[in-house]
Design a protein around this ligand. Structure first.
Ligand code: PGA
Length: 259
Protein backbone atom coordinates (compact mmCIF):
# COMPACT_ATOMS: atom_id res chain seq x y z
CA UNK A 1 0.00 0.00 0.00
CA UNK A 2 1.17 3.50 -0.72
CA UNK A 3 2.82 5.62 1.95
CA UNK A 4 1.55 8.79 3.51
CA UNK A 5 4.27 11.43 3.40
CA UNK A 6 4.65 14.97 4.65
CA UNK A 7 7.66 16.66 3.04
CA UNK A 8 8.98 20.14 3.69
CA UNK A 9 10.36 22.25 0.86
CA UNK A 10 12.45 24.97 2.41
CA UNK A 11 13.17 26.67 -0.94
CA UNK A 12 15.83 29.44 -0.73
CA UNK A 13 15.35 30.10 2.96
CA UNK A 14 17.53 29.80 6.08
CA UNK A 15 21.25 30.30 6.57
CA UNK A 16 23.22 27.17 7.41
CA UNK A 17 22.94 27.78 11.17
CA UNK A 18 19.21 28.51 10.95
CA UNK A 19 18.62 25.46 8.78
CA UNK A 20 20.50 23.08 11.06
CA UNK A 21 18.56 24.56 13.98
CA UNK A 22 15.22 24.02 12.26
CA UNK A 23 16.17 20.46 11.27
CA UNK A 24 17.17 19.70 14.86
CA UNK A 25 13.86 21.08 16.14
CA UNK A 26 11.88 18.86 13.77
CA UNK A 27 14.08 15.89 14.63
CA UNK A 28 13.54 16.51 18.34
CA UNK A 29 9.78 16.84 17.93
CA UNK A 30 9.69 13.53 16.05
CA UNK A 31 11.48 11.74 18.88
CA UNK A 32 8.41 12.14 21.05
CA UNK A 33 5.88 11.61 18.29
CA UNK A 34 4.48 8.56 16.56
CA UNK A 35 3.72 10.05 13.17
CA UNK A 36 1.27 8.24 10.94
CA UNK A 37 3.28 9.25 7.89
CA UNK A 38 6.84 9.42 6.65
CA UNK A 39 8.38 12.82 7.34
CA UNK A 40 10.93 14.40 4.99
CA UNK A 41 12.69 17.76 4.81
CA UNK A 42 14.09 19.03 1.50
CA UNK A 43 16.73 21.64 2.14
CA UNK A 44 19.21 23.82 0.21
CA UNK A 45 22.27 21.99 -1.19
CA UNK A 46 24.58 23.91 1.14
CA UNK A 47 22.76 22.48 4.17
CA UNK A 48 22.50 18.82 3.19
CA UNK A 49 25.63 17.35 4.78
CA UNK A 50 25.29 19.34 8.02
CA UNK A 51 21.60 18.50 8.36
CA UNK A 52 22.32 14.82 7.64
CA UNK A 53 24.80 14.83 10.54
CA UNK A 54 22.34 16.58 12.87
CA UNK A 55 19.25 14.38 12.46
CA UNK A 56 18.24 10.73 12.62
CA UNK A 57 17.73 10.12 8.90
CA UNK A 58 15.84 6.89 9.62
CA UNK A 59 13.09 8.93 11.29
CA UNK A 60 13.36 12.16 9.33
CA UNK A 61 14.09 11.71 5.64
CA UNK A 62 16.37 14.20 3.96
CA UNK A 63 16.13 15.52 0.43
CA UNK A 64 17.47 18.12 -1.98
CA UNK A 65 15.31 20.61 -3.85
CA UNK A 66 16.80 19.94 -7.28
CA UNK A 67 19.68 18.20 -9.03
CA UNK A 68 21.53 18.70 -12.30
CA UNK A 69 20.57 17.12 -15.61
CA UNK A 70 24.14 15.90 -16.11
CA UNK A 71 26.03 13.38 -14.04
CA UNK A 72 29.35 15.25 -13.79
CA UNK A 73 31.74 17.57 -15.57
CA UNK A 74 32.04 21.17 -16.70
CA UNK A 75 28.71 22.55 -15.48
CA UNK A 76 29.80 25.39 -13.21
CA UNK A 77 27.49 25.91 -10.27
CA UNK A 78 25.44 22.75 -10.75
CA UNK A 79 25.00 19.95 -8.19
CA UNK A 80 24.65 16.39 -9.47
CA UNK A 81 22.49 13.52 -8.24
CA UNK A 82 25.58 11.57 -7.08
CA UNK A 83 26.69 14.62 -5.07
CA UNK A 84 23.25 14.85 -3.45
CA UNK A 85 23.23 11.14 -2.64
CA UNK A 86 26.75 11.35 -1.17
CA UNK A 87 25.46 13.66 1.58
CA UNK A 88 23.03 11.06 2.92
CA UNK A 89 19.97 12.56 1.23
CA UNK A 90 17.39 10.06 0.02
CA UNK A 91 14.94 12.33 -1.83
CA UNK A 92 15.06 15.04 -4.44
CA UNK A 93 12.30 17.42 -5.50
CA UNK A 94 12.19 17.62 -9.30
CA UNK A 95 10.06 19.73 -11.61
CA UNK A 96 8.91 22.23 -9.02
CA UNK A 97 6.93 24.97 -10.76
CA UNK A 98 9.48 27.56 -9.63
CA UNK A 99 12.18 25.59 -11.49
CA UNK A 100 9.95 25.26 -14.54
CA UNK A 101 8.94 28.95 -14.51
CA UNK A 102 12.13 30.76 -13.50
CA UNK A 103 14.82 28.38 -14.74
CA UNK A 104 13.26 27.08 -17.92
CA UNK A 105 13.09 23.42 -16.92
CA UNK A 106 11.32 21.49 -19.65
CA UNK A 107 10.01 17.94 -19.66
CA UNK A 108 13.12 16.91 -21.65
CA UNK A 109 15.42 18.27 -18.94
CA UNK A 110 13.29 16.74 -16.19
CA UNK A 111 13.43 13.34 -17.84
CA UNK A 112 17.22 13.40 -17.53
CA UNK A 113 17.04 14.54 -13.92
CA UNK A 114 14.61 11.76 -13.00
CA UNK A 115 16.86 9.13 -14.61
CA UNK A 116 19.96 10.44 -12.87
CA UNK A 117 18.19 10.61 -9.50
CA UNK A 118 16.87 7.05 -9.85
CA UNK A 119 20.35 5.83 -10.79
CA UNK A 120 21.50 7.10 -7.37
CA UNK A 121 18.57 5.48 -5.56
CA UNK A 122 17.17 8.90 -4.73
CA UNK A 123 13.38 9.11 -4.57
CA UNK A 124 12.21 11.90 -6.85
CA UNK A 125 9.32 13.97 -5.52
CA UNK A 126 8.08 14.96 -8.95
CA UNK A 127 5.93 18.10 -9.09
CA UNK A 128 3.15 18.82 -11.55
CA UNK A 129 0.42 21.42 -11.62
CA UNK A 130 -1.39 24.01 -13.69
CA UNK A 131 -1.21 27.82 -13.61
CA UNK A 132 -4.22 29.98 -12.78
CA UNK A 133 -5.14 30.62 -16.41
CA UNK A 134 -5.32 26.86 -17.06
CA UNK A 135 -7.43 26.34 -13.93
CA UNK A 136 -9.81 29.05 -15.14
CA UNK A 137 -10.04 27.92 -18.76
CA UNK A 138 -10.68 24.33 -17.66
CA UNK A 139 -7.60 22.73 -19.29
CA UNK A 140 -5.98 21.73 -15.99
CA UNK A 141 -6.48 17.98 -16.35
CA UNK A 142 -4.89 17.94 -19.81
CA UNK A 143 -2.00 20.13 -18.66
CA UNK A 144 -1.14 17.82 -15.79
CA UNK A 145 -1.60 14.69 -17.94
CA UNK A 146 0.87 16.12 -20.46
CA UNK A 147 3.43 16.96 -17.76
CA UNK A 148 3.30 13.36 -16.52
CA UNK A 149 3.35 11.75 -19.97
CA UNK A 150 6.21 13.86 -21.31
CA UNK A 151 8.59 13.54 -18.39
CA UNK A 152 7.74 10.18 -16.87
CA UNK A 153 6.11 7.76 -19.28
CA UNK A 154 9.36 6.51 -20.78
CA UNK A 155 10.09 4.93 -17.40
CA UNK A 156 9.59 1.22 -16.84
CA UNK A 157 6.82 0.31 -14.39
CA UNK A 158 9.53 -0.70 -11.92
CA UNK A 159 11.17 2.72 -12.08
CA UNK A 160 7.88 4.61 -12.10
CA UNK A 161 6.99 2.82 -8.86
CA UNK A 162 9.95 4.50 -7.16
CA UNK A 163 8.52 8.00 -7.65
CA UNK A 164 6.46 10.18 -5.38
CA UNK A 165 4.26 12.71 -7.19
CA UNK A 166 3.24 16.11 -5.87
CA UNK A 167 0.28 17.97 -7.32
CA UNK A 168 0.93 21.65 -6.78
CA UNK A 169 -1.47 24.05 -8.47
CA UNK A 170 0.76 27.03 -9.20
CA UNK A 171 -1.98 29.47 -8.19
CA UNK A 172 -1.97 28.00 -4.69
CA UNK A 173 1.79 28.12 -4.07
CA UNK A 174 2.78 30.75 -1.55
CA UNK A 175 -0.45 32.65 -2.18
CA UNK A 176 -2.41 31.59 0.88
CA UNK A 177 -5.05 30.35 -1.57
CA UNK A 178 -5.34 26.59 -1.06
CA UNK A 179 -7.11 24.33 -3.49
CA UNK A 180 -10.28 23.04 -1.87
CA UNK A 181 -10.12 19.47 -0.67
CA UNK A 182 -12.55 18.60 -3.49
CA UNK A 183 -10.37 20.25 -6.15
CA UNK A 184 -7.34 18.40 -4.81
CA UNK A 185 -9.17 15.07 -4.66
CA UNK A 186 -10.52 15.46 -8.22
CA UNK A 187 -7.05 16.09 -9.58
CA UNK A 188 -5.39 13.36 -7.52
CA UNK A 189 -7.98 10.84 -8.72
CA UNK A 190 -7.36 12.04 -12.28
CA UNK A 191 -3.60 11.61 -11.87
CA UNK A 192 -4.10 8.12 -10.48
CA UNK A 193 -6.27 7.20 -13.46
CA UNK A 194 -3.61 8.51 -15.88
CA UNK A 195 -1.02 6.33 -14.14
CA UNK A 196 -3.38 3.34 -14.18
CA UNK A 197 -3.91 3.83 -17.93
CA UNK A 198 -0.19 3.47 -18.56
CA UNK A 199 1.12 1.19 -15.80
CA UNK A 200 -1.99 -0.55 -14.46
CA UNK A 201 -4.07 -0.24 -11.32
CA UNK A 202 -1.56 -1.78 -8.95
CA UNK A 203 1.19 0.73 -9.77
CA UNK A 204 -1.36 3.57 -9.62
CA UNK A 205 -2.69 2.43 -6.25
CA UNK A 206 0.83 2.21 -4.86
CA UNK A 207 1.92 5.70 -5.97
CA UNK A 208 1.95 8.35 -3.25
CA UNK A 209 0.48 11.61 -4.55
CA UNK A 210 1.09 14.63 -2.32
CA UNK A 211 -0.75 17.93 -2.41
CA UNK A 212 1.21 21.19 -2.27
CA UNK A 213 0.15 24.83 -2.20
CA UNK A 214 -0.56 26.83 0.97
CA UNK A 215 -1.03 23.68 3.02
CA UNK A 216 -0.99 24.52 6.73
CA UNK A 217 -2.00 22.98 10.06
CA UNK A 218 -5.51 24.40 9.77
CA UNK A 219 -6.31 22.80 6.39
CA UNK A 220 -4.05 19.73 6.28
CA UNK A 221 -6.45 17.27 7.91
CA UNK A 222 -9.26 18.12 5.50
CA UNK A 223 -6.97 17.69 2.49
CA UNK A 224 -5.28 14.52 3.76
CA UNK A 225 -8.63 12.92 4.61
CA UNK A 226 -9.40 12.67 0.89
CA UNK A 227 -8.85 9.14 -0.39
CA UNK A 228 -6.34 10.03 -3.13
CA UNK A 229 -4.39 12.67 -1.18
CA UNK A 230 -1.46 10.90 0.43
CA UNK A 231 0.16 13.82 2.20
CA UNK A 232 1.66 17.18 1.45
CA UNK A 233 4.63 19.06 0.05
CA UNK A 234 4.92 22.03 2.36
CA UNK A 235 6.66 25.33 1.63
CA UNK A 236 6.11 28.28 3.95
CA UNK A 237 4.61 26.25 6.79
CA UNK A 238 7.69 23.98 6.85
CA UNK A 239 9.92 26.85 7.99
CA UNK A 240 8.63 26.63 11.53
CA UNK A 241 8.98 23.32 13.38
CA UNK A 242 5.70 23.69 15.28
CA UNK A 243 3.62 24.43 12.18
CA UNK A 244 5.35 21.66 10.21
CA UNK A 245 4.62 19.21 13.03
CA UNK A 246 1.04 20.47 13.09
CA UNK A 247 0.74 19.27 9.50
CA UNK A 248 2.51 15.97 10.24
CA UNK A 249 0.10 15.41 13.13
CA UNK A 250 -2.91 16.02 10.89
CA UNK A 251 -2.51 12.39 9.86
CA UNK A 252 -3.22 11.27 13.40
CA UNK A 253 -6.67 12.84 13.27
CA UNK A 254 -7.67 11.18 10.04
CA UNK A 255 -5.67 7.97 10.01
CA UNK A 256 -8.46 5.79 11.27
CA UNK A 257 -10.81 7.21 8.64
CA UNK A 258 -8.52 6.45 5.72
CA UNK A 259 -6.90 3.10 6.28
P1 PGA B 1 3.68 26.77 -0.07
O1 PGA B 1 4.68 26.07 -1.13
O2 PGA B 1 3.32 25.70 0.93
O3 PGA B 1 4.49 27.88 0.53
O4 PGA B 1 2.50 27.24 -0.84
C1 PGA B 1 4.52 24.74 -1.51
C2 PGA B 1 5.58 24.36 -2.52
O5 PGA B 1 5.90 25.19 -3.39
O6 PGA B 1 6.13 23.25 -2.48
Amino acid sequence: MRKNIVAGNWKMNTTLAEGVGLAKDVNEALKNATPKCDVVICVPFTHLASVAAAIDTDKLGLGAENCADHVKGAYTGEVSAPMVASTGAKYVILGHSERRQYYGETSEILKEKVNLALAENLTPIFCIGEVLEQREDGTYNEVVTKQIEEALFDLTAEDFSKLVLAYEPVWAIGTGKTATAEQAEDMHAHIRSVIAGKYGKEVADNTSILYGGSCKPSNAAELFAKPDVDGGLIGGAALDAASFMGIVNAFKEIFSLKR
